[in-house]
Design a protein around this ligand. Structure first.
Ligand code: NDP
Length: 334
């Protein structure tokens, strides 16, 4: 089933890895065809995620070239491919995760496409999906956080970071948050963090000592670290005996050369999880999305949108997230 579709669309394509100059905003990109099980979404909002920069720089390999970046969006279904689930019909308001989101129209695997409840705004859905589900699966599955646990969160005022602060508060954990400016750290606090620490990039031992002092010398039950290279060692040193070191991102560069023997000092569990291996089937996605809507609506969680940029301003938006001056979610609007 198809509503009347144009032949071409606006989209941001890249043909090679590089700086933000490889992001090409075009107005004549062919509207994609659908494969079995896919639906075509007319995007109203497109979510920017830090992972988009990894694909652009080459930290993660480009799946093909030319390529359209972007891994989530929300809007309405414009066409339905064969064998799509019954709840995905033309005109339905949906949010999805997948690929090719920096565009007017995106072909979406129905596994990761779900109707948005009436009570949730379309932009809130795009601002929540991937980052919130990441935070949710981290605290439920990577390290099932218990009430009263001390937890350390880095980049705590970022997209995933603010979700972690709020969800950890909602489940009764005690969060130590770090971020690069006093304003960002304060924002983490208004979103649920209990204690704030500086990164102390010039003196990592000072950072660890602060965390140990806060936790009575023990260390935290879990670290959720997305900064990677620059913070990994200080974070690992801040985990308590039998705690979890959850490294889920590389904003400062990838962690390399880790020697397994280091874990034996405290019997620490080390994880490097991805959302897509916690949420891999449509049932898992629907279940996680339900839990997310319930947090947003019943626990009244605050979805902080940094800015909604026109799609043609993709370079400015990307430079903003990479320059560490954003808080919460960046959205693009086609
Ligand atoms: P954010 O909004 O958190 O932006 C990235 C943040 O990283 C910055 O704001 C900055 O916060 C911090 N940062 C630290 N060092 C650097 C650096 N050298 N350059 C740039 N930024 C730096 O982005 P997202 O919420 O989209 O993603 C957060 C992290 O979570 C990313 O690392 C991402 O890859 C990861 N992630 C992993 C997933 C998974 O499945 N494993 C899924 C989703 C996200 P500050 O200045 O306060 O340090």
């Amino acid at each position: 089933a198809t509503s009347s579709l144009p032949k071409t669309m606006k989209a941001v394509i890249i043909e090679k890895n590089g700086g933000t100059d490889v992001l090409q905003y075009k107005t004549d990109v062919p509207v994609p065809d659908l494969k079995d099980g896919e639906v075509l979404v007319k995007n109203e909002y497109i979510g920017i995620n830090y992972i988009d920069t990894y694909f652009r720089t080459g930290l993660y390999p480009l799946p093909h070239s030319p390529y359209i970046l972007g891994r989530e969006g929300s809007g309405t279904i414009a066409a339905v491919g064969s064998n799509a689930p019954k709840d995905l019909e033309v005109g339905k308001r949906v949010v999805y995760m997948g690929q090719y989101a920096y565009a007017e129209y995106t072909p979406v695997t129905s596994t990761y496409c779900v109707p948005i409840p009436d009570a949730v705004e379309t932009k809130i859905a795009a601002a929540s999906c991937l980052q919130a589900l990441t935070a949710l699966t981290l605290i439920r599955e990577a390290h099932p956080v218990q009430k009263g646990d001390w937890v350390l969160v880095t980049a705590a005022a970022g997209g995933v970071g603010l979700w972690l602060c709020q969800l950890l508060k909602a489940v009764g954990a005690r969060t130590i948050a770090t971020a690069s400016t006093p304003e960002k750290r304060e924002l983490a606090k208004t979103n649920g963090a209990e204690v704030l620490v500086e990164y102390h990039e010039e003196d990592r031992e000072k950072f660890t000592k602060q965390v140990l002092d806060i936790t009575g010398g023990e260390g935290v039950a879990a670290v959720f670290d997305s900064v990677g290279k620059a913070t990994f060692d200080a974070c690992l040193a801040s985990v308590k005996r039998k705690g979890s070191m959850v490294s889920f991102g590389n904003a400062s560069g990838a962690v390399t050369g880790f020697t397994l023997g280091r874990l034996s000092a405290k019997n620490v569990k080390l994880l490097r999880p991805t959302l897509f291996n916690y949420v891999a089937t449509r049932d898992e996605f629907l279940h996680s999305a339900d839990e997310l809507w319930s947090f947003i609506l019943k626990d009244n969680l605050n979805v902080k949108i940094h800015e909604i940029y026109p799609l043609k301003d993709v370079v400015r938006a990307t430079e903003d997230i990479e320059s560490r001056k954003t808080t919460g979610k960046l959205l693009l609007k086609p």
